[in-house]
Design a protein around this ligand. Sequence first.
Ligand SMILES: Nc1ncnc2c1ncn2[C@@H]1O[C@H](COP(=O)(O)OP(=O)(O)O)[C@@H](O)[C@H]1O
Ligand SMILES: [Mg+2]
Length: 586
Amino acid sequence: MRIYLKEKIGNPELFTGRKEDLAFFQKWIAGIKKEISKSMAILSRRKTGKTALMQRLYNLTFEQNDGVIPFYYEMKEGQRWGVDFCRDFYLTFIWQYLAFKTRRVEYLYVPSEERLNLAAASAAAQRDGLGYLANAVASMAQLFDEAGLDTIWLAVRDAPFTLATSQREFIVQMFDEFQYLNSEIYRDQACQHLASNFAGGYMSTAEYRNAPLLVSGSWIGWLRGMLHTLLPSRFRQYELENIPEDEALEMVFRYSQIMDVPVSEDVAYALAKASEGNPFYISSLFESPCKAKDFTTQEGLLNTLEYETLNERGQIRSVWMEYLYKVFYKVNEVNAKNMLLYLSKHQDREISRKELLDALHLPMTESELEQKLRALLKSDLIEQGRSNFYYRGVQDNIFDKVFRGMYADDIQAFDPQEITNEYKALYAQAKQEYQALLGRYNQTKGLFAEFAIINHLRLRAHREQERFRAMIRNLPEDFAFVEYESVWSYKTARPDKNDIAIDLFARAGEDAYSIIGEVKNRDTTAFSKEETLEFIRKVQILQERESVGKALLFVFSRHGFTADALTEFQASGIAYSDDERWLENS
Ligand SMILES: Nc1ncnc2c1ncn2[C@@H]1O[C@H](COP(=O)(O)OP(=O)(O)O)[C@@H](O)[C@H]1O
Ligand SMILES: [Mg+2]
C-alpha cells in the first residue's frame, strides 16, 4: 500500500499485525456511510500502538477512496492560544480534505507559512474547482477576523460535520491525544487563562453519524475520566489489547529484516515472549544502543533486556521514567512510590486498602488513601481489583522491573541480580515453550519457514544463482534471482473477500521476475490442487492491486505435492520446491 500521511512508526513496512483491530475499525469506518457508526474512543495503556493504528487507518481510508474522508489531528502537549489552535485545527482539516478530494498528496505537506494561511487554502480550493470549499474557507477567515474565541471554536469544531452534511459526504475525525484539548488551550495570547472545557463542545458534535469521532490519547485514565464526566455516553470504548503471540513473533522477524538485526528462531521466540505483545518493547529492543545487543544468542538478548530496563540510556527505562516523573509530580505524593512498590512486590494478588494502610503505616485515613489510589489508577500505574476496595500492580513484567530498578535506593536490600535472574528464568521458560511449540503448531512453524525463505531471497539467492536455482523446479528458462526492492509477506486488512495474505512477495525492478510465493511447512499434508487454485486467485488480486509486472509463482511445501497439484503447476507455469535447504538458517 501507499502511505499518504507520514506515519510516526517510520518505515511503513514495520507496521505489523493488528489484524483484528484493523478489521474492526475498517468495518466501523465503512459503517459511517450507512450512518450506523457511533463515535469511539480507543483506550489502552501507553505505547501499545494506538497512534500507529490510527495513522494506518488514516492511510487505508485514504487509499480505499471509498466515500469516507479521513481527518487526523493530534492535539499537542504544550500551552497554546485558542485562536492559534483553532486555525491550525481548521486548516489541517481543510488541507487533508483537499488532498483527499483532489488525490493530490502534496496538500498534506504544504509548508507552514502557507499551511496556516486561510486565504491560501481558499485559493487552492478555488484552483481545484472546489468553489463551495473556497467559499467556506473565506467565510471562516472572516470569522477569525471578527469573532471571539468561543464562536471560532464552535465553527471550526463543527466544520467537518457541516461540510459533510452540506456536501452529503462522510468524514471520520480521528483525534489523537484528545485529553490535551482540555489542558493546553488558553483564552489569551499570554496563556494565563485556561479554556477549561474545549472538549465539552463535542457533546453534540460527537453524536452525528455522518462525521463521527475516533479519539485516543496516552493519558488513558485521564482521558477515560474526561469522556465519562464531560461527554457521557457519547463514545463507545474500544480496549486495544497487546498484540497476540503470532503477531508479536512476526513483528520480531519484520524488525529484524528491516533494521538488519539478525535473530535466531529460539531467541526471536523468547524476545516476543518477554515483550508480552507490547509493540513498543519489541521496537525498543531492536533500536537499543546496547553494545552487547545480539539476538542470535541467549546472552545477547538478556544483556539487551537488562540494559533497556536498568541503564539510563535504555529507551524503555527513559520512557517510563519520564512518565513516572510526570505522574508523581501530578499526584504530588511521596507515599505513591511506596504503594507502587508494595503492589509490585505482591504482583500475584490483589491488595486491599486496609492492607496498604497497615503494611506501609500510612499517615492518612482510608478515604484519603482512596483519593491517592484513584489518582494512580487514573495514571494507569495500578489496576483496580475485584472491587473498589482492592488494587493490584500493572501486569507488565518489564515495567515492573524498570520501576524496581529505578527506585532501587528506596528498597532495602535491592539487588540488581534479582532482575538478572528473573530475566534468565523468563528465558528458560520461553525456550521450553518454544521447543514444545515446534512440535505442535504448524502456524508458528509456517512463520519460521517464511522467515527463512525470505532471508535467503533477500541476502543470498542473487549471489548464489546456481545453488538456489537447483532448489526449485519448473523455473522458466530466462529466470534469474535479483536483488529485490523488498521481500516480505503481503497482508491486507480489508473488510471484504479481497482480504488476502500472501506468504512471500519479493518485488523486483523493471524487467526482472518478482516472486510471489506460498509457504507450507506441514508435517503430514501434501499441497493440493485446491490450494493451488486458491493461491492463483490470491496472486491475481495481488498483481492487480500492486501492479506487479513479470512474476514467478512459487510454492514451497515441505511435505510435497499431490499429483493433481503437480499437473496444475505444469499447466499454469508455477515453480515449486520441497527442498528443506530453503529452511536452513544460513
Ligand atoms: N502495529 C505495529 N507494528 C509495529 N510496530 C508498532 C506497532 N504498533 C506500535 N508499534 C511500535 O510501538 C511504538 C509505540 O506505539 P504508539 O503507536 O506510539 O503507541 P501509543 O500511541 O499507544 O502510545 C511505536 O513507536 C512503534 O515503534
Ligand atoms: Mg500515541
